[in-house]
Design a protein around this ligand. Structure first.
Ligand code: CS2
Ligand code: MN
Length: 358
């Protein structure tokens, strides 16, 4: 059994990268996909899933991993129609299972998915990468949104789309009573309802850590370090309650030893995102090439930890740099992610061949 290399694809008409391109990267088995037009809380219907299957499978890929089935705010805040939306989630799990899906990546972050202050920060080699400048994370998320919309070449971050920003006051109001402990409780409630259907279908729920791994705008971030990840795994101690181990997210906090976390929790990792981060003394961080030396995440140590643990789950290059002038969804171009996939497979194949010749 070996690691299963995958590649995120945003779907026909929604991605500058084609399945034909992805097929030319040696070693990719799985397309990480989603129905990106679905709103959180909606059931993913079988005919919609079937249409994506008919695009992916003819290229020789499987569609084992979905990223993400997003969780409705009522579930996260434990209010309103949460039980109804959990029922919808369960129906989505059943529908996905019929098409062979094995892993569902999701997050439980309040209001925003990941946050950066720059999408096109120039690196020394002439490429650009995502950047997080601590002093620019303003207390007021609306000011932050205005800054982001002005400075991102017309591209927005997920969760920072103008339509969403328009409803931000209401959303923040909804989260106001949700303390960190309440959010933990709501996550537990959600997962406990899902576990029976996960067992029935064989699907593993794989949570993505909170990016950045600390609270922002007064919103609680739950999964940020070893202690919180252990708490999460014990809280619902079930192999179907698993992790999307995101190396780059965790490593934004230099105190986190991601390789060590891999060794501790390898049996509960269903999916891994690999990318490299470079830290600055003042707490800023920049994303970097996946080559070990280009950042401080410890890419080689992480790969070795996965290998030594006998990891046979899914892995993908996370978002990358913009290189060679590629125009694409920020971070999700073909070129840098293809380089990453080859680097990671190179490391893996070397470890494998060393074992075989021992
Ligand atoms: C991803 C996250 O694009 C990315 O960087 O790692 O946005 C991830 O897809 C979500 O948090 C998972 O729900
Ligand atoms: Mn990630």
């Amino acid at each position: 059994m070996s690691v299963k290399m995958s590649f995120r694809w945003f779907g026909e008409g929604n991605d500058t990268v084609s399945l034909r391109d992805i097929r030319q990267i040696p070693g990719i088995e799985t397309i990480v996909w989603a129905l990106h037009h679905k709103m959180p809380g909606e059931v993913w219907e079988k005919d919609e899933i079937c249409a994506v299957r008919d695009q992916i499978v003819p290229f020789g890929f499987n569609m084992d991993v979905v990223e993400s089935v997003n969780v409705h705010d009522d579930i996260k805040t434990g209010s309103g129609s949460r039980d109804l939306y959990i029922d919808h989630y369960i129906q989505t799990i059943r529908n996905l299972a019929e098409f062979g899906v094995r892993v569902i990546c999701y997050n439980f972050m309040p209001v925003f998915d990941w946050t950066r202050t720059e999408l096109y920060h120039p690196l020394e080699d002439g490429s650009t990468a995502f950047f997080y400048e601590k002093s620019r994370i303003l207390d007021d998320p609306k000011k932050m949104a205005a800054y982001i919309l002005r400075n991102q070449n017309g591209m927005t971050l997920p969760g920072w789309e103008p339509e969403r920003i328009a409803g931000l006051d209401e959303l923040f109001e909804k989260y106001r009573p949700v303390t960190k402990e309440k959010l933990w409780g709501n996550l537990q409630y959600f997962l406990e309802k899902l576990m029976p259907v996960c067992h029935e279908t064989g699907i593993r729920m794989a949570i993505h850590q909170d990016d950045p791994p600390w609270d922002i705008f007064g919103l609680p971030h739950l999964l940020t370090d070893e202690a919180s990840v252990s708490r999460f795994l014990q809280m619902v101690d079930d192999p179907c309650n698993s992790l999307t181990l995101c190396a780059g997210t965790l490593s934004a906090n230099p105190e986190n030893d991601v390789a060590d976390m891999v060794r501790r929790h390898s049996d509960r990792i269903a999916f891994a995102h690999i990318r490299n981060v470079r830290h600055y003394a003042n707490g800023d961080f920049s994303e970097a090439s996946v080559r070990d030396q280009c950042g401080e995440t410890g890419i080689l140590r992480i790969m070795k930890a996965l290998y030594d643990s006998g990891y046979d789950g899914y892995i993908r290059p996370d978002h990358g740099r913009q290189i060679w002038g590629e125009q694409s969804r920020p971070g999700y171009g073909l070129y840098d992610r293809a380089l990453s996939a080859m680097y990671l497979l190179g490391v893996w194949d070397t470890l494998e061949s060393e074992r075989n010749t021992d």
